[in-house]
Design a protein around this ligand. Sequence first.
Ligand code: COA
Length: 253
Amino acid sequence: MSIRTATLNGVATIEIARPEKKNALTLAMYRAMSDAIAAAGADPAVRALLITGQPGIFTSGNDIEDFVQRSADGLQSPAFDFMKALLGCDKPVIAAVTGAAIGIGTTMLLHCDFVYVSDEARLAMPFVSLGLVPEFASSLVVPQLMGNVRAAEKILLGDPFTGADAVDCGIANAVLPAGEVVLHARRIAERFNALPPGAVQESKRLLRRARAQVALETIAVEGEVFARRLRSPEAQEAFAAFFDKRKPDYTKF
Ligand code: COA
């Protein structure tokens, strides 16, 4: 199992721990994260959730091998269950971005309540360069957060960006030295031990209310296109190039 969970002092931690594959997320890992979010939601001793990775890597996104194998799963995929679990979580979710955050590594941050980024981290949403399209309602939330032109740089060109850019764009709260990011995020999470949990959860629901339904609808619309794109010759070329450790060649399309 490459997801470690632990509950300590009111904080349920979900730690992505598959460093040999740069914390790429498999179907089993999505399932484990969904289960952990559900368990934390149901446990009255848990006041906040902390999502973190390994030193130097938060997650390199969806496992590309799974993209190749599981292209037919579409909206039945455990990745969609994870998205719905995170969107539906009423308790505060704090992300400690310990390093590179690629694909869903960045888009999941759009649905966390607090995001702290290591000064060594790079974020990226390289969906287009993989022959794919944005997911996790990023096609909705990214332009809302930063405007169309900066969204185009990050989604159409897939330009990577720093933690400081993420703060500037409204994706993250602050950049911290790599050695301090998890501790800082934990301190923020532990502050919820001193706040009334009912008021926190009702307030989080209100903060998210206007966007909740449209985010779910967007995930479904994106998901249908994404599943189709996974089977496209462009994506097949991108995946083959990744495993051959070469640049993809899109001149033939
Ligand atoms: N899916 C599957 N395997 C992955 C992976 C992913 N998303 N990301 C990394 N890996 C694997 C590599 O294939 C490599 O495996 P190997 O040792 O068997 O060859 C191993 O993890 C180490 O990755 P490597 O690329 O050598 O590390 P790096 O430090 O040079 O680069 C990244 C790190 C994260 C920048 C780079 O791995 C990367 O770009 N990954 C893909 C990100 C991506 O496109 N994700 C999908 C977004 S939708």
